[in-house]
Ligand binder design. Structure first.
Ligand code: ADP
Length: 145
């Protein structure tokens, strides 16, 4: 029985995330596990890329983007049929796979549940984030197709 399940959510992919959430609704019924929804946004350096050095300091602060991502994540899971007391939402800032793996270690998750890839990127069996997680996670990974 799982106690802590980490569910990384890409807030830019509504349809894919809803499919993932539908699976989680079923798993969440068994033994009342904590469900940690985590979305990762790029830090300012990743966000602005090579223009980074030229960006005024005030725009390098990620706190407003973090707040907006948190609101978007909550909006995305608001219809999930999972009791509120089981749900924890968080936003990571940085590289998606690194943040997801670090968060999983931090909470000592016993399962990470992800979607295999974006539906329109069909040439891959596993997306880049998904494959890194499958390869590097120390805990079990459930890949939803
Ligand atoms: P693709 O390479 O097709 O975009 P990904 O491997 O990036 O596929 O996405 C697969 C899954 O990885 C997503 O459904 C989600 O669970 C997770 N994921 C991807 N990007 C993020 C992100 N920025 N924050 C949280 N989870 C993410």
């Amino acid at each position: 029985m799982y106690k802590k399940i980490l569910v990384p959510i890409d807030i830019l992919e509504d349809e894919l995330s809803q499919e993932l959430i539908a699976h989680i609704e079923q798993i969440a019924k068994v033994g009342k596990p904590e469900i940690h929804f985590l979305t990762v946004i790029p830090n300012a350096e990743l966000f602005f890329g090579i223009e980074f050095a030229a960006i005024p300091e005030k725009f390098k602060d990620s706190s407003e983007r973090t707040r907006l991502a948190f609101v978007a994540l909550q909006e995305m899971i608001k219809d999930a049929k999972i009791p509120d007391e089981q749900i924890i939402c968080n936003v990571g800032v940085g590289n998606a796979k690194d943040e997801i793996l670090e968060y999983a270690r931090h909470i000592d998750a016993d399962l990470i549940a992800i979607a295999s890839h974006r539906p329109n990127v069909s040439s891959y069996l596993l997306g880049s984030t998904a494959s890194s997680i499958v390869r590097h996670a120390k805990m079990s990974v459930l890949v939803i197709r």
